[in-house]
Ligand binder design. Structure first.
Ligand SMILES: *Cc1c(COP(=O)(O)O)cnc(C)c1O
Length: 366
């Protein structure tokens, strides 16, 4: 347990992740009385003009941040990232009965397994070992299937700490990306994609919400059985309010988008993210006590994974880290080791405090 009087806590949780302190303070300040309405934003009708204005502003800010072209729709969906594991194949199955998948870790595998319920899946590639480290190979076009409905990959494998900066070339086949854990961490060229989706709880806001960017020619290719509330065309027609949307999560997402704009937008935040990641990887590389198993070209700037020499030392590391306010550093159970998630909201001071602790811990236990 963290003691109350402890001055500073840094939350490295992979998700739900920390949100910017100023966003939380603003939400707290207007929790009971949102903009003079005498009510919490949570208590307003999603059909009220006040709420609709909020929702539209959030979408506009999101569009501005990512420079989303006008032929793309932005949908605020329910069901998080995994909801889209189902929604994507159901919404694109009308284009073809097969889809291509790049498998790079636990989330892309999860997406591929769910898609198998709705169409045939073809694995274009898996990760490879390069100089003993995990790497993502270039796509071999001959591995892609003819008449594929879409090509799916995950831009940042949250569990494995693998990030793919280069956008794969899928030719005429719409590229679908799960960006749950690195959306808004840097500028991206949206026009290269057919669909981008992201569960909110890493870089956007509270869990349960997903933001989906869909090129408009892909709105209407669903299988007939698609549940209405997951149907992109219906969602778009009702401005993501076919059923009552998660209004409070949408509101918080809107505050995060505003905060990001105040930070100078995605170019500015990308620079900060690169600095934070460089500090942490430098600490790992300079301290043989810590091992990262990802090839430098694919090291995630959002989820930094590392191992210590033994399970005992890892357990000790976690206990000591928590006693210093460095929380939730335990790696995902399927890969073990440690994971420091350093999304947009993590201040550089948090990373500096962590690396100071890591060097000290290595000195005392190495
Ligand atoms: C967290 C995560 C998901 C799953 O999100 P849920 O909201 O729990 O369904 C999917 N993909 C990636 C890359 C993630 O990081």
């Amino acid at each position: 347990m963290v003691k109350k009087e402890q001055s500073k806590v840094y939350n490295f949780c992979a998700g739900p992740a920390m949100l910017p302190a100023s966003v939380m303070q603003k939400a707290q300040a207007e929790f009971l009385d949102w903009q003079g309405t005498g009510r919490s934003v949570m208590e307003l009708s999603h059909r009220s003009k006040e709420y609709i204005a909020l929702a539209e502003q959030a979408e506009q800010d999101f569009r501005d941040l990512l420079s989303i072209p006008s032929n793309y729709k932005v949908l605020f969906a329910q069901g998080g990232g995994r909801g889209q594991f189902s929604a994507v194949p159901m919404n694109l199955q009308g284009r073809g009965k097969c889809a291509d998948f790049l498998l790079t870790g636990s989330w892309s595998n999860g997406a591929e397994q769910e898609a198998q319920k709705f169409l045939a899946t073809n694995v274009v590639s898996d990760v490879v070992s390069k100089e003993g480290l995990t790497a993502v190979p270039d796509i071999d076009p001959s591995m892609m299937s003819a008449n594929s409905a879409y090509f799916h990959y995950c831009t940042n494998e949250t569990v494995d700490g693998i990030e793919i900066d280069d956008i794969p070339d899928s030719g005429d086949v719409p590229l679908v990306a799960d960006m749950s854990s690195n959306i808004l961490s840097k500028p991206i060229d949206v026009s290269k994609f057919g669909i981008i989706y992201a569960g909110a709880q890493k870089n956007i806001g509270p869990s349960g919400l997903a933001v989906v960017i869909v090129r408009d020619d892909l709105l209407d290719s669903a299988m007939p059985e698609v549940p209405t509330f997951l149907h992109y065309k219906t969602m778009d027609k009702f401005d993501s309010m076919y059923n009552t949307p998660p209004t409070y999560s949408w509101y918080l997402a809107g505050l995060v988008f505003k905060w990001l704009k105040e930070q100078g937008g995605l170019t500015a935040i990308a620079k900060k993210n690169a600095e934070k990641a460089a500090l942490l990887y430098r600490c790992i590389d300079q301290t043989p006590f810590y091992i990262n198993k990802v090839h430098p070209d694919f090291r995630s700037k959002m989820n930094v994974t590392f191992h210590l020499p033994s399970d005992e030392l890892e357990a000790k590391f976690l206990v000591e880290a928590e006693s210093r306010g460095l929380m939730a550093l335990k790696g995902h159970r399927i890969v073990g080791g440690m994971r420091a998630s350093i999304y947009n909201a993590m201040p550089i001071e948090g990373v500096i405090t962590l690396t100071d602790f890591m060097r000290d811990f290595a000195r005392r236990n190495g």
